[in-house]
Design a protein around this ligand. Structure first.
Ligand code: FAD
Length: 508
């Protein structure tokens, strides 16, 4: 059933529910739909309506005080279906090593292994309509490399918009009561402050409500899950689950930066076979570092993209590789001051055939944080302040990805790579949103999963430490994130959480 708190939905809040799930993005809807098959009475709360509204979106407005980042009301969506309403559909599961402790990566290691999520792979692939790309890779030229491995990305095709795909199922469900325009504005605890007793709600006309269930799951996304807990500070001073000052810390986003450009040596005999290829045949090729290479070089995981520039595959007939290479070197920002004759417009024409983009695993860093800002939203709750930070380990990893691309092309004389100038510098400066993609809109780590409350906010079953009936869904629970886009893992975790709640509710 789908109802609206602005009109007919109010009476539904008086019913009793087994479980209250707040947030109808990939995390919340996956959980609700799976538990509905077990015949539980589920209350699914959604802050927005069925489509975008300015009133709901404005609640997401915040500030950025760390690295330059997207506006926080642009990098997520606040209505039925959540941010899946404009996600890109790129999917990849995490690797075995992404879950492990690495001695050179402080705070690494999940309390669960990849094998805990593997049983949910097929179910996740069906939910997300996954198709794996088998696009030909013109860089197969490289052969089997000891350091890098080619990977195939999967895509949600057609892109799964959770609100669109599952609206009818929710509408016709006898077990799910989905209430739209139901903003969770506070969480009430019992007298001992060890369980949630109710959720406090508001609609956009300013009416307030209270609703109860046996279990509660917050699925508000990686920025809003910590904000909701931090704002629930009427009974516990620094917010629910925040006894160890960890809620909102370890904010991670996959840095997405142009790390280099490459010039291909079309005079190499290997390129002869590409003469007949059409422009459209040249696709982006993805590589990741092998686990042994990561360990040896003390780097994080990364996804290195060899992206053909328009015109790639059309060897320039008028200039030799050597001539093009001269300009390629001389027109770099770093060398420009000594190349007096190359100024102005010529730089714009600097030749290159590939741009190398890396989306890397971010280092878990307690100083990278989602905090409460001074400004408040229409419900009187402090907005978010995003203080995104990267470390030397991140810069080292990004640089290493570019150097590997350089090694691979130079070793076989297939081309040469020029590092982006900001990578040569050892300072912690990174390109800003005016000049690069910066991130993937992936918000992770802010209520991290751990084996003890001193190390994280939720336990291995995603239950908030110390609050026996409160759980968290979504990428805020990731302790580390590999380089993979997060939604595949988010859905796997929700399916696993559904199994856990089902067995717990059967037991209790
Ligand atoms: C432009 C863009 C492209 C992306 N591309 C990809 C991609 O290619 N691959 C990938 O894996 N990921 C991608 N992502 C990220 C992906 O969208 C998220 O990982 C995913 O949507 C997170 O799911 P979620 O359910 O945890 O949170 P969300 O989808 O953000 O859902 C949270 C829900 O909670 C609701 N809510 C929030 N606060 C409250 C409240 N107080 N009360 C009640 N309800 C509330 C919101 O309205 C929303 O419906 C992209 C994101 C963007 C913005």
């Amino acid at each position: 059933m789908l109802i609206d708190l602005e009109s007919t939905g109010k009476a539904a809040l008086d019913n009793s529910y087994d479980i209250c799930i707040s947030g109808s993005g990939p995390a919340g809807l996956t959980l609700a739909l799976k538990l509905a098959k077990k015949h539980y009475r589920i209350l699914l709360l959604e802050a927005g309506g069925l489509t975008y509204t300015e009133a709901s979106n404005k609640v997401y407005v915040g500030t950025n005080t760390g690295l330059d980042y997207f506006p926080s009301n642009v990098c997520r969506q606040r209505f039925f279906g959540g941010t899946s309403n404009h996600w890109g559909g790129w999917c990849h599961a995490l690797n075995t090593e992404d879950f492990e402790v690495r001695d050179y990566v402080p705070y690494s290691g999940w309390p669960i292994k990849k094998r805990s999520l593997d049983p949910y792979y097929a179910e996740t692939a069906a939910i997300l309509d996954i198709k794996t790309s088998t696009a030909p890779d013109y860089l197969q030229l490289l052969g089997k490399d000891p350091n890098l491995e080619k990977i195939d990305f999967s895509y949600s095709l057609p892109i799964t918009r959770f609100g669109t795909k599952y609206r009818k199922t929710v509408e016709s469900s006898r077990n799910i009561t989905c209430v739209l325009n139901a903003n969770v504005v506070d969480i009430k605890l019992n007298e001992n402050a060890d369980a949630v007793s109710s959720m406090m709600l508001s609609n956009f006309t300013g009416e307030n409500f209270e609703t109860e269930a046996d279990y509660y799951v917050l699925c508000h996304g990686g920025m809003e899950n910590p904000r909701t807990l931090l704002n629930a500070n009427r009974q516990v001073k620094h917010g629910i689950g925040n006894g160890n000052d960890l809620v909102g810390r370890f904010f991670m986003e996959h840095p997405h930066f142009n790390v280099a450009t490459a010039l291909l040596n079309y005079e190499h005999p290997a390129f002869a076979r590409y003469a007949s290829m059409k422009q459209a045949d040249f696709k982006t090729a993805f590589y990741e570092p092998r686990a042994a290479f990561q360990k040896k070089n003390k780097i994080l995981n990364f996804g290195l993209r060899f992206r053909p520039r328009e015109g790639t595959g059309t060897p320039p007939h008028h200039s030799s590789f050597k001539e093009r290479l001269k300009r390629f070197v001389c027109e770099s920002d770093t060398l420009l001051p000594i190349a007096d004759d190359l100024k102005g417009e010529k730089r714009v024409n600097c030749p290159h055939d590939l741009s190398l983009k890396t989306a890397s695993e971010p280092s878990p860093n307690p100083d990278s944080q989602i905090k409460l800002a001074k400004a408040v939203d229409r419900f009187g709750n402090p907005r978010i302040d995003v203080d995104w930070r990267l470390t030397q380990l991140d810069k080292h990893t990004l640089r290493q990805s570019a150097l590997e691309a350089g090694r691979i092309l130079a070793q076989k004389d297939l081309g040469r790579v020029r590092l982006s100038d900001w990578l040569i510098d050892s300072s912690l400066t990174f390109p800003d949103t005016a000049h690069d993609e910066v991130g993937g809109n992936h918000h992770m780590g802010t209520t991290r999963m751990a084996s003890s409350p001193e190390q994280g906010v939720v336990n291995e079953n995603l239950q908030v430490f110390g609050i026996r009936n409160l759980y968290i869904g979504g990428s805020s629970v990731f302790p580390t994130s590999g380089h993979a886009n997060p939604t595949f893992t988010i859905v796997q975790l929700s399916l696993r959480l559904a199994d856990h709640l089902n067995s717990r509710m059967n037991r209790d």
